[in-house]
Design a protein around this ligand. Structure first.
Ligand code: NDP
Length: 292
C-alpha cells in the first residue's frame, strides 16, 4: 500500500515556516510582505478562494489587500489599478483572480503586472525564465507539487517523469521544473498514443487533466510516486457530491510507492506557495535574502 503524501500537513508546516520568516523580516528590517488580490465579478468559487487567500495571508503575518471590482469594470480601469499596485512599495505580490469576464483580455492584464510582483508566475517573462532554467517566479501549483516530490524522493535526477496535461498553468511549468531537476520528462496530452503504456514507464506520474479518476491503477509502475493535481466534483448515487482527483485513487494506491490524495494533497499547497512567492519577492524587491 502506498504512502499517503499529506498535503494538508505539509502546507501547514510550510505556512508555519513562512510565518516565522515573516516575523524575522519584520523584526530585522521593518518590512511586512504585502499581497494584493484583485477579483473582478462575483464568481462564487473565486470568492471562496479569495477569502481563503486573505485569511491565510493574514495568518502568516503578511498584509492582505483585497480589491473587489464589479463584473462590468473596464479593462482600462483594471489596468489602472494594476499600475497603482505596481508602484505601491507596500505591495510585493499581485494576483489577479482568473477567470476574468469575457470583455477583458486576460493576457494583457497578466502581462501588465510587474514581473517582480507576479506571484502567480504567469507573466511571459517569468514563463520564459522558467523555460530557460533561470531564476524567476514559479507558478504555485507546480511549485507545491515539486516540493512534495522532493520531500518524498530527495534527489530526482535521472528519474523518468510523465506529466499528463499540457496546460500553461500546470502541465508545462511542471515539465520545466522536473527538467530542471534532471528528470527525463514526457508530456502527455489528449493526442498521446497509448497513454497507459507511457505512464507505466514512469517513476513519477503527475496527473493534471481535469477528468475524474482517468489514470487507472494498472497504468502505474510498482513503487512510482503519483501526484494528483486534479480537482473534480462528481455526483454520488444519493445526489450529493464529492471531490475526486484525476487518478483512480484506490487502485493506484495499491501499486504506487506514494500518492497524494484528493482532497488534501496538492490543493492545500497552492495557497501556501503563493505566500512563499510573496515572501520571496518582498525580500528580492528589497535586495535581501529570505531569512533562515
Ligand atoms: P486544462 O483543462 O487547462 O488542461 C487539461 C490538459 O489535459 C490538456 O493539456 C489536455 O490535452 C489534457 N487532456 C484532456 N483529456 C485528456 C485525455 N483523455 N488524455 C490525456 N490528456 C488529456 O486543465 P488545468 O491544467 O488547468 O487543470 C487540470 C486539473 O487540475 C483540473 O482538474 C483542475 O481543476 C486542477 N487544478 C488544480 C489546482 C490545485 O490547486 N490543486 C490548480 C489548477 C488546476 P490537450 O492539450 O490535448 O487538450
Amino acid at each position: 500500500m502506498a504512502k499517503i503524501i499529506d498535503g494538508k500537513a505539509f502546507s501547514a508546516n510550510l505556512r508555519g515556516e513562512i510565518a516565522r520568516k515573516v516575523a524575522l523580516l519584520k523584526q530585522a528590517h521593518s518590512i511586512t510582505p504585502g499581497l494584493a488580490v484583485v477579483l473582478v465579478g462575483e464568481d462564487p468559487a473565486s470568492q471562496v478562494y479569495v477569502r481563503s487567500k486573505g485569511k491565510q495571508t493574514a495568518e502568516a503575518g503578511m498584509n492582505s489587500y483585497e480589491h473587489k471590482l464589479d463584473a462590468g469594470t473596464s479593462q482600462q480601469d483594471l489596468l489602472a489599478l494594476i499600475d497603482q499596485l505596481n508602484n505601491d512599495p507596500d505591495v510585493h505580490g499581485i494576483l489577479v483572480q482568473l477567470p476574468l469576464p469575457d470583455h477583458i483580455d486576460e493576457e494583457a492584464v497578466i502581462n501588465s503586472i510587474s514581473v517582480d510582483k507576479d506571484v502567480d508566475g504567469f507573466h511571459l517573462s517569468n514563463v520564459g525564465r522558467l523555460s530557460i532554467g533561470a531564476e524567476g517566479i514559479v507558478p504555485c501549483t507546480p511549485l507545491g507539487s515539486l516540493m512534495m516530490l522532493k520531500d518524498h524522493l530527495g534527489d530526482l535526477s535521472g528519474l523518468k517523469a510523465i506529466i499528463v496535461g499540457r496546460s500553461n498553468i500546470v502541465g508545462k511549468p511542471m515539465a520545466a521544473l522536473l527538467l530542471k531537476e534532471s528528470c527525463t520528462v514526457t508530456i502527455a496530452h489528449s493526442r498521446t498514443r497509448d497513454l497507459p503504456a507511457e505512464c507505466r514507464q514512469a517513476d513519477i506520474v503527475v496527473a493534471a487533466v481535469g477528468r475524474p479518476e482517468m489514470v487507472k491503477g494498472d497504468w502505474i509502475k510498482a513503487g512510482a510516486t503519483v501526484i494528483d493535481v486534479g480537482i473534480n466534483r462528481i455526483e454520488k448515487e444519493d445526489g450529493t457530491t464529492r471531490l475526486v482527483g484525476d487518478v483512480a485513487f484506490d487502485g493506484a494506491a495499491e501499486v504506487a510507492g506514494a500518492i497524494t490524495p484528493v482532497p488534501g494533497g496538492v490543493g492545500p499547497m497552492t495557497i501556501a506557495c503563493l505566500l512563499h512567492n510573496t515572501l520571496q519577492q518582498a525580500c528580492r524587491l528589497n535586495d535581501l535574502d529570505v531569512p533562515e
